[in-house]
Design a protein around this ligand. Structure first.
Ligand code: NAD
Ligand code: G6P
Ligand code: MN
Length: 440
């Protein structure tokens, strides 16, 4: 059986150990010859790198493992680059969230002004990694989780059109695992239709493998509970996620013909979200106090003991999705997966030049899109507004245009006026001096 070489870019990410645990679980079906972590923060990555080194020595001693800040070492001879970088790290996520909240506007990692600010930081970082990959391993695939995936995807469509990059999100899978639980079946037995932008989409069909319509049962549940359900080990287990899953009730009520992505709450109920957010303690704080602490203390524990026996690293949906995608490309599994891809007619009555999230069949040569036909007026209207925001951000980044970035913020459904947009923008520029291109 062929053996593969994987590079994880953003090696110091809180999600790196989970992906490695998942790769360990799949060694038989997906043999790995070499695994390399790459990050531009040597110290942060060293903690994760050392711990994973101990883990791999115990559980897969035949695997060649290293971690490095040298791009040539990281990207030479690789088959898959799994990317999950966070340019500016949690310190900047905290600012993305808190600055808009100062003006009574949604402060979120990927939606609204926070997502726009993050996009302006991520574009350069992702292009850099993609260029390294193409320089050192031109036939490799980059599977990119780095957020905001919608803006990153539009940037790579515009600036690296022929590149072998596939942008992905784990939220739909996370929701589908919940749907499956509600129905009492396995997630792998769901057959779905879905359309939208990243963090901005809707299910139009959910069937089982025999073609039976499962939407009526799901809708009955969602009407009362949203996607809120007890799942023991889940990356979306915190109280704030529980509230998000419950709020889906109200998101669903706006269009009971479809089932929505959780992220639509930021666009449909921004006032509610702001009222229910502590502007001094946002999700970034929760993550720094939660996941980041847990992962890094589990890593330090392994290093201290010199052993990963009974370690605290856990594989989750996030890990299974990216590993399934790599396997689909490696072994031509033809699995149906949601990917963020150029529309080009897949959604018939929507901008062919938009990056959309739709089901695709994944195999050795990449992906084939599954047409989603025509979409309803309500969703089309929302998507046209949002995709314009995303396109304007990318143009602002390319041209260094203050005007276009102001327009992007103004057009976001989360922002009430051009005046508020300008105030937020001016604060964001100040906070992002180290990361954004200069705007004029
Ligand atoms: P994290 O801060 O723990 O890890 C990110 C790592 O990236 C850090 O170690 C940082 O040093 C590194 N980094 C930053 N800029 C870099 C660059 N230019 N080159 C190389 N490395 C760089 O963050 P996290 O919470 O683990 O999340 C990682 C990323 O994954 C984020 O972008 C997050 O939004 C994204 N994510 C996406 C999805 C999805 O559905 N698409 C799901 C989960 C996480
Ligand atoms: C979901 C989304 C990701 C996002 C993450 C945030 O999984 O799909 O795009 O990064 O949630 O989770 P966090 O725990 O960091 O707030
Ligand atoms: Mn996502």
């Amino acid at each position: 059986m062929r053996q593969f070489s994987i590079t994880i870019a953003g090696g110091g990410s809180t999600f790196t150990p989970g992906i490695i645990m998942m790769l360990l679980d799949h060694q038989e079906e997906f043999p790995i010859r070499r695994l390399c972590l790459y990050d531009n923060d040597r110290e942060r990555q060293a903690v994760i790198g050392q711990a994973c080194g101990i883990l791999l020595k115990e559980r897969a001693p035949q695997m060649e493992f290293s971690y490095t800040v040298d791009p040539e070492e990281a990207f030479t001879g690789t088959d898959f680059v799994m990317a999950h970088i966070r340019v500016g790290k949690y310190a900047m996520r905290e600012k993305d969230e808190k600055i808009p909240l100062k003006y009574g506007v949604v402060g979120q990692e990927t939606c609204g002004p926070g997502g726009i600010a993050y996009g302006m930081r991520s574009i350069g970082g992702i292009l850099e990694i993609l260029d390294y990959m193409e320089q050192y391993s031109p036939n490799a695939w980059m599977l990119n989780y780095s957020n905001p995936a919608a803006i990153v995807a539009e940037a790579t469509r515009r600036l690296r059109p022929g590149s072998r990059i596939i942008n992905i999100c784990d939220m739909p899978l996370g929701i589908m695992v919940r749907m499956a639980k509600i129905l009492g079946i396995s997630e792998k037995d769901l057959d779905i239709s879905y359309f939208g932008l990243n963090h901005f989409g809707w299910w139009t069909q959910v069937k089982d493998k025999d073609g039976n319509d499962l939407m009526p049962r799901l809708k009955e549940y969602v009407r009362e509970n949203g996607y809120d359900i007890n799942i023991e080990t889940d990356q979306h287990a915190d109280q704030s996620w529980h509230e998000t899953f419950l709020k889906v009730r109200d998101v669903y009520a706006v269009d009971p013909d479809t089932l929505p992505n959780t992220y639509l709450k930021y666009y449909l109920y921004p006032d509610y979200v702001v009222e229910h957010t502590d502007p001094h303690h946002t999700r970034a704080n929760q993550v720094m106090e939660g996941r980041e602490k847990e992962v890094f203390s589990a890593a330090r524990d392994i290093i201290e003991k010199g052993s990963a026996k009974g370690c605290g690293f856990m594989a989750d949906d996030h890990a299974s999705y990216i590993v399934d995608l790599a396997r689909a490309l490696a072994f031509n599994t033809k699995e149906k997966m949601l990917l963020i891809v150029p529309n080009e007619g897949a959604i018939e009555n929507f901008d062919p030049e938009a990056m959309v999230e739709i089901p695709c069949i994944v195999g050795k040569d990449g992906y084939e899109k599954i047409s989603q036909g025509r979409i309803p007026q309500f969703q089309k209207g929302m998507m046209e507004q949002q995709v314009s925001v995303e396109k304007l951000v990318v143009e602002a980044w390319m041209e260094g245009s203050y005007q276009k970035l102001w327009q992007a913020l103004t057009l976001s459904r989360t922002v009430p006026s051009a005046a508020v947009a300008k105030k937020i923008l001016d604060d964001l520029i100040e906070a992002n001096r180290e990361y954004w291109p200069e705007l004029h």
